[in-house]
Design a protein around this ligand. Structure first.
Ligand code: AMP
Length: 303
């Protein structure tokens, strides 16, 4: 059985992920693998089937340890873990550092496990399940598994993860044939208002097209170019009262800077004939706009 790829960074994981045959089955662990984990790996291999992929994550999550707990002493046996993964047909081991998972230090936004996270284990380890669910959600976003495997040994964790998944499923925006996102408030729109409201999705599509066209295109790709394309459409329709339009990093919801590369969302809100609408489209940004970089360099050289 060949050794699994050992990936310490999110970038490597993101690069490897598209090539993994489905179904992709994730087994989150903190490493120091033992027979309990072995059962999970075998179950994962079985549900993945001969054609699917098993990913094991090994991460000792500092968020779920309190001061005085055993974060520093927690056993780390990466070589043995990799050997077990190799024997069990694991394709890929994602083993990030704490700095890789939490580049800004402890995250300010965390998952609140709700009342079920306050009792039993949660009573004895305050903050524990918030830490667990935060990292599990992060892993789900990074790996985008079709199936995740958890052990019943940690039954409260299992219950909370199940709850997390059922509470956080998402569905892409449903649109009417004219492109307007369906909304209960759309019924307030007169035909003329609706015509006006359509400027919003049209602007977002323009931004999306610019971002898409730029990925690999001659003139570079950037958040600022996508934003400019969306603004241009909105500015041409002064009757639409725009609250905001922005390109944000979809993971942090902070404004994507001109050099930002990665998943982003163009978000916008506007009022058409008294009805407030919000909408957004996802975009994948290629990074700095070559023209603005060149301008920047020329500007710098001028000084
Ligand atoms: P840990 O590495 O302790 O975070 O555990 C990773 C996963 O392995 C969790 O889903 C645990 O529930 C599972 N696990 C740990 N020990 C056992 C065990 N003895 N039997 C079954 N599953 C286990």
């Amino acid at each position: 059985m060949s050794s699994p790829a050992l990936l310490p960074t999110k970038a490597e994981l993101a690069a490897a992920r598209p090539a993994l045959p489905a179904p992709v089955v994730l087994v989150p662990t903190m490493g120091a693998l033992h027979s309990g984990h072995l059962a999970l790996l075998r179950a994962a291999r079985a549900v993945a089937g001969p054609g699917g992929s098993v990913i094991v994550s090994i991460f000792v999550n500092p968020l779920q340890f309190r001061p005085g707990e055993d974060l520093d002493r927690y056993p780390r046996t990466l070589d043995d873990d990799l050997a077990m993964c190799a024997r069990e047909g694991v394709c890929l081991v994602f083993a990030p550092s704490a700095a890789e998972m939490y580049p800004g230090g402890a995250p300010q936004v965390t998952v609140d496990p709700g009342p079920a996270g306050q009792v039993f284990e949660g009573e004895f380890r305050p903050g524990f399940f918030g830490g667990v669910l935060t990292v599990v959600l992060k892993l789900f976003h990074l790996v985008r598994p079709d199936i995740a495997v958890f052990g019943e040994k940690d039954a409260q964790q299992l219950a909370l993860v199940r709850r997390l998944v059922s509470d956080t499923e998402s569905v892409p925006t449903v649109r009417d044939p004219d492109g307007l996102a369906t909304s209960s408030r759309n019924r307030y729109l007169s035909p003329a208002d609706r015509e006006l409201a359509l400027t919003l999705p049209r602007a977002l599509r323009a931004g999306q097209a610019r971002a898409g066209a730029e990925n690999g295109a001659e003139d570079g790709g950037s958040a600022s170019a996508a934003l400019a394309a969306a603004r241009e459409v909105l500015d041409a329709e002064p009757a639409l009262a725009v609250d905001y339009v922005a390109v944000v990093d979809s993971r942090t919801f902070t404004v994507a800077g001109p050099g930002y590369a990665g998943p982003a969302v163009i978000v916008a809100a506007a009022t058409a004939g008294g009805t407030r609408l919000i909408d957004n489209v996802p975009v994948m940004l290629a990074g700095a706009d070559r023209r603005s970089t060149e301008r920047g360099l020329r500007g710098a050289a001028d000084h």
